[in-house]
Design a protein around this ligand. Structure first.
Ligand code: 26W
Length: 800
């Protein structure tokens, strides 16, 4: 079933008339955008109904992907692309007298996530749908997504991300499918017919209203749903207070409910025990589990086969409360025994870990749990008690081991341990990361239940991150390996045949240059900056975090700058360094690093010695839609985390697919990139994960500082001042502590950058490396990751 330009155009006109009471001549860009979204939404809604009916009729096992974050970005072009309607939609918009590019650009990003974990969920939704797996994503319908970043006088300033006015065009509120979530109150038990009845009283009710976003797959009519829960109070206002004239107070309870879905927490890789965050977690978990079990009963009339027909994948520990919540519903509502309920739960929940940073591991204070979720707390204590019995028996009461593995310990609920105890599988997100989980972070649990521990290396939606955003490269791939690569990314390997084809290599270079120029025009429009497109586009874009070592990148730039100043006549290949990064608002050091990079940019870009040679630009408000412009234009991908700290990385994969070469450490998925590329097709440097671990206890940054005058000179610039500002605080933390071992890796990093620059001089060689990176990036398609999940964890069939 397809649609002509004329049909799409007529539908848009109709949407404009019915929803905005205007003609196409009167409509604004925003109204046209929303009308287009509604037209596609209608098509998807209809297919969604059919997809769900089919899954139900065939009794297929369904996947429920729970994540506190779905970083969807824009949807108009994506949905049109997947529905195979992009050309028709473009022409329809143009025929209505609008600029299609501008309409696409009007769409706000749905920024319902922080970084890697959230974007991964979005890519996986696309692949699950394309592979025709009946799947639903669940999250919160945040009124405000991740903050917008402005740089004012070199510093990050946060602005609210009010995406709804235009973004809500994709959402279908379904108040008739609302669920009620209970907080606080007391638990009373009574015996009824030999059955212990649990009564929860005096709780506060919050209504969870689903706002569904349909998601189209590529090359299929299959449609899945992203269900976003919106929090509302069930009471309009408190009329008792209102009639007493206490108007403000009468709306208080309502405001308390609304605040749950107000804003996405902007902390990435950093746990803070805020009670509102726990409310968010339970709110979305409880609504989701109620909704899944309700559906299941409607279809099967019982929950006894729940685990056969459902799998609940949890994205990090943030939805860990599914374990006690599912237990609660199975026991309290469905009347199953503890053992029956535990069997069902431990055969339907699976947990993915995304970080080994200690400060990111969630551990909720027992008192908070008890007060906010009294019934869940009771169940948690029973889960913890039974699990502890098991480990005591297995480890002969070894207290040190018990302390590490316990679900409840020392007044805290350890969410990762809960997930391991209550889940059927635990997986890391790259080979290295999964090994670290097995051999280090969760080694005791792994010894007890080795079969639970798996690896699924991350992947990205290669249709979005290559075909859709890099049209000339897409064309080249279609000409060389054929269109089939869109649904079978392993076919990209066929490009290798052209590794010695001078014409193809030249074309790869030309595509990159054209993309660089397109990005430069965009950056000029967006933030008024003029990029030197003759310079190597050397890019580091990701959340700002010390372990990701943006500071290492900056130190190397300082080093280059010092060389230029000392020797203005040196041979220097033009080099344009681009940064993009948001810092968590409360993360002071991260904000200082942003300020330092901006100060460095100011000094370098205004120094005549750097003119047309060295340039540094901090790109404001890095987000999905910026990444879509930037990836095709990047030549060098900076993946320079301290080895062992970056669970996988997914930006690295997007760069690789678009032909950028990686300068990186052997960390996360870089290890697997190296496996397919070899030393000769990337620029590796630095300590390995095991070396980092071995060096850690005796690490002394002063040793590196004292023995290497060049390094010392570089680091000292922080103290002496950059762009007229002093960064002695950063200097001190490097020289005194250097938690992420920048000083140990700086010399080998500089050497890797130098090798990279030399290689760049040989254009043909560079383009061949670029070609091989593209050709061998197929394993990093999210389709491969989802097939791995389907085969090894979910045990569900998928379209091959
Ligand atoms: C509780 C605060 C908090 C918030 C977010 C803790 C931890 C997180 C995430 C797990 C952080 C995150 O996004 N991790 C990233 O996940 C990606 C997808 O698997 C990986 O590619 C990245 O390496 C990892 O840092």
């Amino acid at each position: 079933m397809t649609y002509s330009t004329q049909q799409i155009k007529d539908s848009i006109i109709q949407k404009l008339r019915l929803n905005y009471g205007c003609t196409e001549q009167q409509a604004s860009d925003g109204e046209v955008l929303k009308a287009c979204a509604m037209v596609l939404r209608d098509i998807m809604a209809e297919r969604g109904v059919t997809s769900r009916q089919k899954a139900e009729a065939e009794g297929q096992r369904k996947v429920h992907y729970l994540s506190l974050e779905f970083l969807m970005g824009r949807s108009l072009m994506k949905n049109a692309y997947n529905l195979d309607l992009l050309p028709q939609l473009r022409s329809a918009i143009e025929e209505l007298g609008f600029d299609a590019g501008r309409i696409f650009d009007t769409e706000p990003d749905a920024g319902l996530g922080n970084g890697g974990l959230g974007r991964l969920a979005a890519c996986y939704l696309d692949s699950m749908t394309t592979l025709e797996i009946p799947a639903t994503g669940y999250s919160i319908c945040y009124e405000l997504g991740l903050f917008r970043q402005k740089i004012v006088e070199g510093q990050q300033v946060e602005l609210p991300d009010d995406w709804m006015p235009l973004g809500d065009a994709w959402l279908m509120p379904k108040p008739q499918e609302a669920e009620e979530v209970h907080f606080g109150g007391k638990i009373r038990t009574r015996w009824d017919n030999n059955h212990l009845m649990v009564v929860h009283e005096d709780y506060t009710r919050v209504l969870a209203v689903p706002c569904d976003m349909e998601v189209a797959g590529y090359g299929t009519e299959h449609v899945n749903t992203l269900r976003l829960w919106d929090a509302k109070s069930p009471k309009p206002i408190d009329m008792t207070l209102f009639s007493q004239g206490q108007y403000l107070r009468s709306g208080e309870e309502r405001a308390m409910a609304d605040v749950i879905s107000k804003v996405l927490y902007p902390e990435d890789n950093h746990y803070e025990g805020k009670s509102l965050r726990l409310k968010q977690q339970y709110f979305f978990v409880s609504a989701t589990v109620q909704s899944i079990t309700r559906r299941h009963i409607q279809t099967y009339g019982t929950l006894k086969n729940f685990h056969e027909k459902n799998v609940i994948q949890i994205n990090d520990t943030h939805p860990a409360l599914v374990v006690p919540e599912l237990m609660r519903i199975l026991i309290d509502d469905a009347g199953l025994s503890w053992d029956e309920a535990w069997h069902i739960t431990t055969n339907s929940v699976a947990y993915t870990n995304h970080t080994v940073l200690a400060e990111a591991l969630e551990c909720w204070p027992q008192q908070l749990m008890e007060d906010l979720l009294p019934r869940v707390w009771q169940i948690l204590t029973e889960i913890a008690r039974r699990y502890q019995e098991r480990i005591e028996a297995y480890y002969n009461n070894d207290l040190a081991k018990i302390a590490k593995m316990a679900v409840i310990w020392d007044g805290g609920v350890h969410m990762a341990n809960l997930c391991i105890a209550g889940g059927m599988a635990v997986n890391g997100v790259s080979a290295l990361h999964s090994d670290i989980l097995r051999n280090d972070v969760f080694r005791n649990q792994c010894a007890m239940e080795p079969e639970k521990f798996k690896n699924v290396t991350n992947g990205v939606d290669h249709r979005r991150w290559l075909s859709q955003i890099n049209a000339p490269l897409d064309t080249l791939l279609k000409e060389t390996v054929g269109e089939g690569y869109l649904t079978d990314a392993s076919l990209m390997k066929g490009l290798e045949k052209y590794a010695d084809d001078a014409a193809v290599l030249k074309r790869i270079g030309e595509i990159k240059q054209a993309n660089k120029e397109a990005f430069a025009r965009w950056a000029k429009r967006q933030q008024g900056v003029v990029l030197n497109t003759d310079g190597i586009f050397d890019v580091q874009v990701k959340r700002l975090h010390e372990y990701k070592r943006q500071l290492l990148n900056a130190l190397h730039i300082i080093n280059l700058y010092q060389q230029l100043r000392d020797n203005p006549n040196m041979d220097f290949r033009p080099h344009t360094f681009l940064f993009g990064a948001k810092a968590a608002p409360g993360y002071a050091v991260a904000k200082r690093i942003i300020r330092m990079i901006n100060a460095l940019a100011t000094q370098i870009n205004n120094d005549p010695v750097c003119k047309d040679r060295l340039q540094v630009v901090f790109l404001e408000n890095y987000r999905v839609s910026m990444a879509e412009m930037l990836m095709p234009a990047s030549e060098v991908s900076q993946q320079i985390s301290t080895a062992g700290k970056e669970a996988s990385g997914t930006g690295n994969m997007k760069f690789m697919m678009n032909g950028a070469l990686t300068v990186g450490t052997l960390d996360g998925a870089n290890v697997e990139m190296h496996e397919v590329l070899g030393d000769e097709n990337m620029f590796l440097f630095g300590l390995h994960a095991d070396e980092v671990a071995n060096l850690r206890p005796n690490y002394d940054p002063q040793m590196f500082y004292n023995r290497d005058p060049m390094l010392r000179n570089t680091v000292d610039m922080l103290k002496h001042g950059i762009g007229g500002e002093n960064f002695e605080d950063l200097w001190r933390s490097l020289v005194m502590r250097d938690e992420y071992m920048l000083l140990a890796d700086l010399p080998s990093y500089a050497a890797a950058e130098q090798r990279m620059v030399e290689t760049y001089g040989d254009r043909e060689k560079w383009n061949r490396m670029s070609l091989l990176n593209i050709a061998r990036s197929g394993i990093f398609s999210a389709d491969r990751s989802i097939a791995d999940y389907a085969n090894t964890i979910w045990h569900v069939p998928y379209r091959k």
